[in-house]
Design a protein around this ligand. Sequence first.
Ligand code: SF4
Length: 250
Amino acid sequence: MSMFQDERPDAKKIATDRPKKLGPVRAWSYSTLKKFETCPYQIYIEKVKKIPQDSSPAADRGSAIHLEAEDYVKGDLGEEVPKNLQKFKADFEELRSLYEEGKVELEGEWGFDLDMQPVGWLEDKTWGRIKLDAMVLEDETSARVIDYKTGRKDGNEIPHSHQALLYAIGAFYKYPDLQYAQTELWYLDKGETMIKNYTRNDAMVFAPGYYKRAIRMTTATEFDPTPSKQNCRWCSYRKGDEPQCVHGIE
Ligand code: SF4
């Protein structure tokens, strides 16, 4: 008996749950899902009214460091590992040589349709989007999926482990022969990691749960605000002389 499955065990289950009609927010990513579950109204403002949240210094710094990491691994910044990446010096050096060997996919933008079949990032039928920093294809059946983090690990263990699991699920959908995925979150500021290992079956058990959450957001027609001190803390829609949201709590 082959050790590999001929067909994804989740394929039929996913197909039977397919909705007939989507709402005004037609696509999801892990971060939009998190925001929607925190306060649907912020997703309404961002995705339906198309008014982006103000950027923050922390987000700008994160974007700059991600770009630096990508450029280093591609070989565009020379031999020396940049200062911001020094806590992972040996790991970045390894990633860079694996990239030279053609084993690394960088800044992967994975789009999926409603049946979780891989499609482009910006197609009409793109329903789900998973963006990762680096993926090392060790062989056809085994991969490392890497995400760089500039924020804190402390206090974020649960959302970050959920995000890592979604990367694993996305990798299994994207690469049908893949049987093992190791997810690695690299906390660049502190030199910490969060590493998890999944077999295809381990990860895919959780796929229907993510699917339902994504369906809930992409079929929603009501986006009521759910203000609280915690929910509104990082939301810029409550700020300014004419705030987008008048329900915000300081
Ligand atoms: S300010 Fe609060 S209630 Fe208003 S959109 Fe933002 S999170 Fe929601």
